[in-house]
Design a protein around this ligand. Structure first.
Ligand code: SAM
Length: 278
């Protein structure tokens, strides 16, 4: 049925639990003649398990241009192609977006399927009540760039969603706490897998919690930080800071209180307080 169209099907695959492959995804993967996969060896067991006999086209971050050309050739020849990544939704912190763009530019049909995605899975179980969210994906791996990126997000009045790898989880959580001030952090680990856990705590307590047990630092992570409090913009934070300094509070205390009151980043307020004092 679905495979009768010579379209590019964008097919999400499970994050860990094979039962999360949707019936429609299975049907498409079983019926298309071609599957473009981020890592053909990684995806082979999944394709075998569902009885898919499609031939594969490698489509990873280093060959998206050539992969797109091959895919367009198949589509223009009347054959359907399914695009998958190693896990979750292609194009979401994964290769795929450039292929979709090229296929679209070539005027071929694209049919995206709904399905597993770590960001939305974590968000749905987060218990955060922000009306909006901002998906960032992976923060920069270098400390300075990461802190700058976090600083740029500090006034966003929406939940912030990050992906993180285990070897950077402590550094990233420390930088989030220093850069964003008083917030709630949800740490979603190993979603859909055996050791799945969702932990919610004040951002300022998260590092200690993670350090409390090495197992809490293992696996794959989604981090969700609640949004800046309404009015937590620079102007409001500066106004509160000035009032507190005017009342004679020491710089450190004024910055801490202003951060708590407005949701602005304590570090930035501390620097600003020093400047105001000077
Ligand atoms: N395309 C995928 C999606 O739709 O979510 C994301 C791929 S990205 C290369 C991999 C990152 O996604 C991991 O480092 C982790 O941050 C997050 N992730 C993937 N699977 C996860 C899981 N089972 N639990 C928590 N986070 C996961």
């Amino acid at each position: 049925m679905t495979e009768e169209f010579a379209a590019l099907y964008v097919v999400p695959t499970p994050l860990g639990n094979l039962a999360d492959l949707t019936r429609r995804a299975e049907e498409v993967l079983r019926s298309v003649p071609w599957v473009a996969a981020e890592d053909t060896r990684h995806s082979a067991p999944l394709l075998k398990q569902i009885g898919a006999r499609a031939r594969t086209i490698p489509a990873h971050q280093h060959n998206e241009h050539e992969a797109a050309a091959r895919i367009i050739e198949k589509l223009q020849g009347g054959e359907a192609v399914a695009l998958i990544s190693d896990a979750g939704t292609p194009g979401i912190s994964d290769p795929g977006a450039r292929i979709v763009a090229a296929v679209r530019a070539a005027g071929c049909r694209i049919i995206p399927l709904p399905g597993p995605c770590a960001a939305t899975t974590a968000l749905s179980g987060s218990g955060l009540v922000d009306a909006h969210f901002f998906f960032y994906g992976f923060l920069p791996s270098k400390g300075g760039q990461r802190r700058q990126a976090i600083n740029d997000l500090r006034n966003y009045p929406c939940a912030l969603i990050f992906y993180e790898a285990p070897h950077r989880i402590l550094a990233t959580v420390a930088d989030l706490a220093a850069g964003l001030g008083e917030r709630t952090l949800v740490i979603a680990r190993e979603l859909t897998k055996c050791f799945e856990s969702l932990h919610s705590c004040p951002l300022s307590e998260a590092l200690t919690w993670l350090q409390g047990d090495p197992n809490r630092q293992r696996g794959e992570f989604v981090l969700i930080v609640s949004g800046a409090a309404p009015g937590a913009d620079d102007g409001e934070a500066e106004r509160v800071l000035s009032l507190l300094l005017g009342d004679g509070l020491p710089v450190k205390q004024a910055a801490r209180l202003a951060a708590q009151i407005t949701g602005a980043a304590r570090n930035a307020l501390y620097d600003r307080a020093l400047a105001l004092k000077a």
